[in-house]
Design a protein around this ligand. Structure first.
Ligand code: NAP
Length: 453
């Protein structure tokens, strides 16, 4: 397993994959750790979680450096990612107990209630795009609930995977409460089948989700899936166009466009389309790509050359079929896998840019006649992760958010962000189940009914 810096092209780490026997041994140890960890009080678990929060903040520069070197995001964003991990640790350290307290229910019995009990070791299969955040938003609630975890991280970020395991250890969690497995994706099915693994959560692409959910389904184990997205943003006739364009560009370019909840499709009604387009393209053209360690850089390289080339093919194929390039759309000179901010219009059904997720800084603009047509195009996708609406009429925005848009989260007059306090997840091929908030911590619990006659 190699870790390659996408900006320099240098191999920065080489790791040996674990054998099946080593994986089995680790899972056995993690299961043993579960039986004592679940006995600890919330207060005891919270001490470790608060230590973990402090370690993240103490070492944020160094940890952000590992992220930048393995997947290429700009340093400023990597530091923000580490800070957000600290936030989710604090959130669950403070709230897990109240989220999981017994819930009395009135029946004819003397007493009846729901008791939330941990289920054991959960496998987390995670992607490289937010290599710390994706793991921490699983890890913090899972460990606070009394579960234990094993992580199979994306193959291009083994350094992040091992750094997280080490941090958990240093924070004073008991040995083997959380372990990293350096394995490739073909070994995941065997891990799911291991009787000591009780559930699986995957954040990643839709094909990976299908494969993991099938294995979990066959083994009769619960799964939570956070998959891809092609988030639509509606720009209505009463929107503040300057604000809409600024927030849409920010969302599209965050993490060099490699975000599941990045704004990807921009649907503006006729009356404001030209104004929105001019401002959007202007702001996209101002974003500079370059060295992720340089404070002036807006977007770093994409994480891998194959992913950049795949994105470019989606653009080229769409152009061949009639899409028009308003900005970008070429492979820059040099070895690093950069892709310039790119804007397409005239995109219609049948083109990759219409149907597929564009996992990079590529935006698609749609001109529509009405709010109804905007909703129709927004929902004409297999994905249902996030969505946005820009309008000065808040009631109209809420109506479209609640009843119009098919998505797991809709933001009115802002772009979609994950927040430890709010449930996060999608519908349709964007997955099922929720992370974060009280709902997220309850996903991997035994919802136990207790009745006293
Ligand atoms: P990916 O290729 O699906 O990989 C994600 C993880 O799944 C990696 O650990 C990968 O391991 C593993 N994996 C891949 N195929 C597998 C299989 N058949 N069986 C078991 N495990 C498998 O996705 P990615 O390219 O790393 O990440 C980008 C995708 O993730 C995008 O579609 C993005 O939208 C989505 N994403 C979703 C969310 C969300 O919250 N909804 C958040 C972030 C990203 P290897 O690296 O070893 O292949």
């Amino acid at each position: 397993m190699q870790s390659i810096n996408p900006f320099t092209g240098q191999i920065i780490g080489e790791y040996r994959e674990y054998s099946s026997a080593e994986v089995e041994q680790i899972i056995l140890k993690v299961d043993r750790a579960f039986h004592s960890w679940k006995q600890r009080s919330f207060r005891q678990r919270a001490v470790c979680m608060k230590n973990l929060q402090a370690k993240l903040i103490e070492r944020k520069e160094e940890l952000a450096g590992i992220i930048v070197s393995e997947m290429g995001k700009v340093k400023r964003e990597a530091i923000g990612e580490i800070e957000k991990c600290a936030l989710v640790c604090a959130f669950y350290a403070e709230n897990a107990e109240s989220f999981l307290k017994n819930e009395p229910i009135k029946t004819e019995a003397t007493e009846s209630y729901i008791s939330w009990q941990p289920i054991g070791t959960v496998l987390a299969v995670m992607p490289w795009n937010f290599p710390f955040w994706q793991v921490f938003r699983f890890l913090a609630p899972a460990l606070m609930a009394g579960n234990t975890g094993v992580l199979k991280h994306a193959s291009n970020v083994p350094g992040c995977a091992l750094a997280i395991e080490q941090l958990v250890r240093e924070a004073g969690f008991p040995e083997n409460v959380f372990r990293t497995l350096l394995i490739n994706s073909s070994q995941v099915k065997t891990v799911i089948e291991n009787p000591l693994i009780k559930a699986v959560t995957l954040t990643g692409s839709t094909p990976a989700g299908r494969s993991v959910a099938s294995a979990a389904g066959f083994a009769l184990k619960k799964s939570v899936l956070e998959l891809g997205g092609s988030d639509p943003y509606l720009i209505l006739d009463d929107a503040n166009i300057a604000t809409a364009a600024r927030l849409c560009v920010t969302s599209r370019l965050l993490n060099a466009g490699q975000s599941c909840i990045g704004a990807k499709r921009f649907i503006a009604v006729n009356k404001v389309y030209d104004q929105f387009k001019a401002e959007f393209v202007r702001l996209m053209s101002e974003a500079k790509f370059g060295d992720p360690l340089d404070g002036q850089t807006h977007i770093g390289p994409l994480a891998r050359t194959d992913l950049r080339d795949e994105l470019h093919q989606q653009v080229l194929k769409s152009v061949e079929l009639g899409a028009r390039i308003l900005l970008g759309g070429f492979i820059p000179e040099g070895e690093a896998p950069f892709y310039p901010p790119t804007v397409l219009e005239n995109v219609v059904q049948g083109m990759p840019a219409y149907h597929e997720e564009l996992f990079g800084p590529v935006a698609v603009l749609f001109r529509v006649k009405s709010e109804e047509e905007a909703i129709r195009i927004a929902n004409d996708t297999v994905f249902g992760l996030g969505a946005g609406v820009f309008t000065s009429d808040i009631e109209r925005g809420k109506r479209l958010a609640e009843k119009g848009l098919e998505a797991g989260c809709v933001f009115v007059n802002d772009f979609v962000k994950s927040d430890p306090r709010l449930p996060f997840g999608g519908i349709k091929e964007s997955g099922f189940g929720r992370e974060l908030s009280a709902i997220g911590i309850r996903e991997f619990m035994n919802v136990k009914t207790v009745v006293v006659k």
